[in-house]
Structures are given as structure tokens and as C-alpha cells.
Design a protein around this ligand. Structure first.
Ligand code: FCB
Length: 439
């Protein structure tokens, strides 16, 4: 089995050209303007520099490029016919990639919901799943003759919980019931698309950010807390995809809090009808969980079992995220054993403060070490039997890091936002050499 090496980006984070050629605002245009204070209006100006960026990707020696489709560029307002100029951009991108010998991996939804669909209720509203299926088919029909790798939704947990429960991502709502409804509708959206685009030639995937839910100790209270945490972030997505049902313990916990998932007859069949060909794993760091609060209580003020996240005792990146490659190996093995899906790492990377020299070169040895250790972790999991078929570094280049704006840089390539000059960092050169050495 060949192993695919790639780099990843998403539309809103790099494209810019926010109001060009018929594109309308997404929830991230609104949220970035109102809350973040920096926007993706220009970002990396990739919309205008795309052919050069494809050559940049080629220079890294990767096999594949994972990018996303901007919904409001392709279908302004989220309904109706395709915008020819929007579709034409992705058509050209696919052609440029193929001409450069790079396999296009399309993600259909990476967070930029048309604002009009949020105004109509957003992901907590069931119709949004059907709107997404329409958008997906517009894209699919145009690109299906050249694209084999199709990802539906990127990180539904972040969409649902960061966006609708915690309010720290667009659209900035704070309503747990809405997040729960969004969870189900994102899975439904996946299923509606997967069953239409599945063919023996295509690889259909969904990308989940699963992290790890490691018990803080062997104490059964911590073990139970970690299992609950795992239910809320991992099994609530994985079990419907694999088994066509939500995990019983999660459903019971929700019922005890007065919540139910808005499941209609037939939904779970739609979600699981076409088992995914590949599970995309987006991994940044692992988490530990304890079942006691700082005073030792096991039940919180609302009468619920305590589930307290603890940062693993590990060095951190400049975003404060712990560096836990050993957990990564365990996660990949766990997904392999418990679910049996073929896997690909669709995102992995790190933020460090970059200090370019006079020529723009960044000697990012810490990012390089992070990538090396995590690539090693992937191959350790493979050596123990996990069916991991690819690794995509996040990200091709520095870009608009959502709520963090432009201050936090994840790129293998440095971007000077004043001049839009791109300069491969040391990590990019390391990555190229690592790919050349092949496993
Ligand atoms: C993931 C997102 C991606 C990027 C990385 C750092 O959650 O999918 O767009 O922002 O985090």
C-alpha cells in the first residue's frame, strides 16, 4: 500500500478575494469582522496566486494537496445554481495540480457556511444538511472526472461545539442544544453526500479531530470520566459512522441532562449506509481527564459527573498545546482496533513564533522536531499494524488561524503578509527530504 504525503489548507484561511467574482459572506466573514478583528478578506491572496502556489506545493515534493471548497464562492447565498466563476476557480486548481503531478484531495466543508444559511438556522437546522448535499453535488459533478479523494466535513466537533456551544468560533452561539442538533445534522450531511458520491474508484472520507481521552490515573473515577469525554468528542461521531447508532452511554448521559439528538427515522441508515473508505484524523495534542474537581468532588453543582480536562505533563508549542506524539501512536492504534477504518492523518502541525532572517528564511527547528516526532509516531503505529495510508502536514503556508487571526503561524512556508512573499521554512525543507527518503 502506497503512503500519501501531503500538505493541507482550507479556503477561508488562504484564498482572500472575499468579495470577488460573486462570492458572498460566510459565517467566518461575519465572525472575523465582528469578533476576531482580523479577517480573511485578503489572507494569503491564494485566489490570485494559485498557479504559483501549486508550483510551491510541487517544490515540496508532496504527492497530494488537501484543500477545501468555499461554499459561498461556488453557491453564493447557499442556495440555487452554481456560480460559474466560483466553480471555474476549483476547476483550474485541479487542472494545475494534476499538471504538476499532485493528487487533489477535496474537502467539501471546512467551516465557511454561507451567512444566509446561518440566518435561516445554521447547522442546528435540519435543512442545512440538505443544502450541503446540493452544494456538494454541484462541486462533484464538475470535478468528478478528475478528483478521486472526497472529504465531506472537516472536524464536525469544532463546527458544532466551538461554534454553537462555546461561541469561540463562528457563528459564536452559546447553546448546548444547538450544538447537539448541529452534531447530528453534520453527520447527516456527511451521509447524504457519501451515498451519492460513492463509487468503487472514489475514496470518501470525513476528517475528525479526536485528540485522546486518557484517564489521569487508574482510579475508576478517572477512567469513567475519560470514557465520558471520549463519548462526547470521538464516539458520538465514530459510532454512527461505523455502527449506525449513537453510543448508548452518551445518549443516556444526554437524557439525564434533558437533551436528545434530533434523529429522524432513517437518518442513521443514511449516515452509515456507505461506510467511509478512509477516516481523516486531525491530530494536534492529547488530553487527560479526571473525574474529580479540584476539591475532590465527583459531582458538579448541576448534579452531573465531573469530567475535568488536565493538560498532559509535556512541553508545549507556542499555542500552549502539549506535545504528545506517543499519544498519537496510541490513538491511531485505537482507531484501527476499535473501528477498523483505513486511516490518513489529514492534519498535524504546530505553532511556533517564527523569526525570519533578512532573506525571509525561518530556521524553525522546534516545528521541524514536532513534525519529525509525529511522523515517527505514525510509522510506529503502522509498525504495530494500524492501516495509516497518509500524512498531511498542517499547513502548506502561514494563514488565517480562525479565532487567533494571523499572529499564530502553522505554515511550513513563511508568508510575509505585506508583500505576500512565500519562503519555505526549515521545516518545509525537512519535510521534502523526509518524503524523498520514503518509508
Ligand atoms: C484545525 C482546523 C484547521 C487549522 C488547525 C490548526 O482544527 O481544521 O483549519 O486551523 O486546526
Amino acid at each position: 500500500m502506497t503512503f500519501t504525503w501531503g500538505v493541507a489548507t482550507s479556503a477561508y484561511q488562504i484564498e482572500g478575494a472575499a468579495a470577488e467574482d460573486g462570492r458572498t459572506p460566510s459565517i467566518w466573514d461575519t465572525f472575523s469582522r465582528e469578533v476576531v478583528g482580523e479577517t480573511g478578506d485578503v489572507a494569503c491572496d491564494h485566489y490570485h496566486r494559485m498557479p504559483d502556489d501549486v508550483q510551491l506545493i510541487k517544490s515540496l515534493g508532496v504527492d497530494a494537496y488537501r484543500f477545501s471548497i468555499s461554499w459561498p464562492r461556488v453557491q453564493p447565498g447557499g442556495r440555487g445554481p452554481a456560480n460559474p466563476a466560483g466553480l471555474a476557480f476549483y476547476d483550474r486548481l485541479v487542472d494545475e495540480l494534476l499538471a504538476a503531478g499532485i493528487d487533489p484531495w477535496v474537502t467539501l466543508y471546512h467551516w465557511d457556511l454561507p451567512q444566509e444559511l446561518e440566518d435561516a438556522g445554521g447547522w442546528p437546522h435540519r435543512d442545512t444538511a440538505y443544502r450541503f448535499a446540493d452544494l456538494s453535488m454541484l462541486v462533484y459533478e464538475r470535478l468528478k472526472d478528475r478528483v478521486r479523494n472526497w472529504g465531506t466535513v472537516n472536524e464536525p466537533w469544532c463546527v458544532a461545539y466551538l461554534g454553537y456551544e462555546h461561541g469561540v468560533h463562528a457563528p459564536g452561539r452559546r447553546d448546548f442544544g444547538a450544538a447537539l442538533a448541529a452534531t447530528h445534522h453534520l453527520l447527516l450531511a456527511h451521509g447524504l453526500v457519501a451515498r451519492q458520491i460513492w463509487t468503487p474508484e472514489n475514496t470518501v472520507s470525513i476528517a475528525l479531530n479526536i485528540g485522546t481521552s486518557t484517564p489521569a490515573s487508574d482510579d475508576p473515577v478517572d477512567v469513567a470520566a475519560a470514557w465520558r469525554a471520549d463519548g462526547n468528542v470521538a464516539r458520538i461521531f465514530l459510532d454512527p459512522l461505523r455502527h449506525g447508532r449513537y453510543p448508548a452511554d452518551v445518549v443516556e448521559d444526554l437524557a439525564a441532562r434533558g437533551y436528545t439528538l434530533p434523529v429522524h427515522d432513517g437518518d442513521l441508515e443514511i449516515i452509515s449506509e456507505r461506510p467511509i473508505d478512509l477516516l481523516g484524523v486531525n491530530f494536534y495534542f492529547g488530553q487527560d481527564f479526571a473525574g474529580t474537581d479540584l476539591e475532590g468532588n465527583t459531582i458538579d453543582a448541576l448534579g452531573r459527573p465531573v469530567v475535568r480536562e488536565i493538560k498532559p505533563d509535556a512541553p508545549v508549542t507556542d499555542l500552549g498545546w502539549p506535545i504528545t506524539p506517543d499519544r498519537f501512536t496510541k490513538l491511531l492504534l485505537r482507531l484501527h482496533h476499535d473501528y477498523g477504518f483505513p486511516l490518513a492523518v489529514t492534519e498535524n502541525g504546530a505553532v511556533y513564533e517564527d523569526h525570519p532572517d533578512a532573506s525571509g528564511f525561518v530556521a524553525d527547528s522546534a516545528r521541524t522536531a514536532y513534525l519529525r516526532d509525529h511522523v515517527d509516531a505514525v510509522f510506529a503505529a503502522r509498525a504495530e499494524g494500524a492501516d495509516v495510508r497518509g500524512y498531511f502536514a498542517w499547513s502548506l503556508m502561514d494563514n488565517f488561524e480562525w479565532a487567533e487571526g494571523y499572529a499564530k503561524r502553522f505554515g511550513l512556508v513563511h508568508v510575509d503578509y505585506e508583500t505576500q512573499a512565500r519562503t519555505p521554512k526549515q521545516s518545509a525543507l525537512w519535510f521534502r527530504d523526509r518524503i524523498l527518503s520514503r518509508p
